[in-house]
Design a protein around this ligand. Structure first.
Ligand code: ZN
Length: 310
């Protein structure tokens, strides 16, 4: 009974991921619906349609890559492109909590020749940096040149060249000027000891499917997508996980960041007439501190320093 309850599909409007195995447990397939996450990212950052498509694909990729994170593990994706959007950053922690931001949210380009958002144009040439932070807090970063700037290709290129794991990646955002209509994606990759032919099957299945955002738009669930990508390889769902845009910032963390600026900066803020405003890059949350509050932070930081010297 427990298993049945765990595998019960969440309501249709909720974002979540489905993880499965196929080909005798030699391949893993993860699919996700991220429409709500991308809608929220668009609203929080006031992002243009093309930047929303680029960031939405990256957020979806991060969520898919982070589907098996535990404890304090984290994956951070940084697209450092030379295009108008500047850098794009997304990170994911255990429990399907993902967040991200574009450096220049309002950058925009005309639709490309195919009538699609010009994601590769707005990203430009550059590098994809992938940082895996282990439960111990130790980070490990590797970087690959961007394959096309379309994000999905870049993630597949990273898996093939940096991690030597044959992987099929599809991430997509369907939007119109009014907003995000559907977003989602899938990753299919071989597990150690897999037959190399399995990846050809997975690639063939992936190529035969319509764009992943239109599958989501049609109402296919992440489980349906796992089944389609693993077609003829006896796919089996192993777990479902909720997914959401979620930022770990809070007032205490902002206070610590302010202390990190040093006493001179804080003195200047305490002497100012206006409140000091600090904005979280990841989620756009604004925090305000009156000159008196800055004074209190200065005093408490001074006391903490004295205490640590005793
Ligand atoms: Zn935040």
């Amino acid at each position: 009974m427990t298993v049945l309850r765990l595998l019960k599909t969440p309501p249709v409007h909720k974002d979540y991921s489905a993880t499965g195995v196929a080909a005798g447990d030699s391949a893993r397939i993860v699919a996700a619906r991220t429409t709500g996450i991308v809608t929220e990212a668009q609203a929080r950052h006031g992002a243009s349609p093309t930047v929303t498509a680029a960031l939405g694909r990256l957020l979806t990729g991060a969520l898919l890559m982070g589907s098996s994170l535990r404890g304090k593990e984290r994956i951070t994706l940084q697209v450092q492109g030379k295009g108008p959007a500047g850098a794009l950053i997304a990170d994911v922690v255990a429990g399907g909590r993902v967040r991200g931001y574009p450096m220049r949210p309002r950058a925009e380009l005309p639709l490309n020749a195919g009538g699609k958002f010009d994601v590769s144009g707005i990203v430009g040439d550059g590098f994809l940096h992938v940082t895996r932070t282990f439960d111990t807090g130790v980070p490990y970063t590797s970087a690959v040149p961007l394959a096309s700037g379309e994000i999905g290709d870049d993630l597949a290129h990273f898996f093939a060249h940096s991690e030597q794991v044959p992987t099929v990646v599809a991430v997509g955002v369907l939007a119109n000027p009014q907003g995000v209509l559907a977003a989602g994606g899938f990753i299919a990759q071989l597990l150690p000891g897999a037959d190399e032919k399995t990846i050809e099957f997975l690639e063939k299945n992936a190529r035969s499917l319509p764009q992943v955002s239109s599958l989501i738009r049609r109402g296919l669930s992440p489980e349906d997508i796992v089944a389609q990508v693993g077609h003829a390889l006896e796919p089996r769902i192993t777990h479902l996980q909720p997914a959401a845009f979620s930022c770990s910032c809070n007032r205490n963390r902002v206070v610590r960041a302010l202390i990190g600026l040093g006493p001179q900066e804080l003195e200047a803020m305490a002497a100012a007439e206006n409140d000091t405003e600090a904005t979280c890059d990841f989620c756009g949350q604004r925090y305000f501190f009156s000159p008196q509050e800055i004074r209190d932070i200065l005093d408490s930081a001074g006391e903490a320093k004295e205490a640590s010297q005793e």
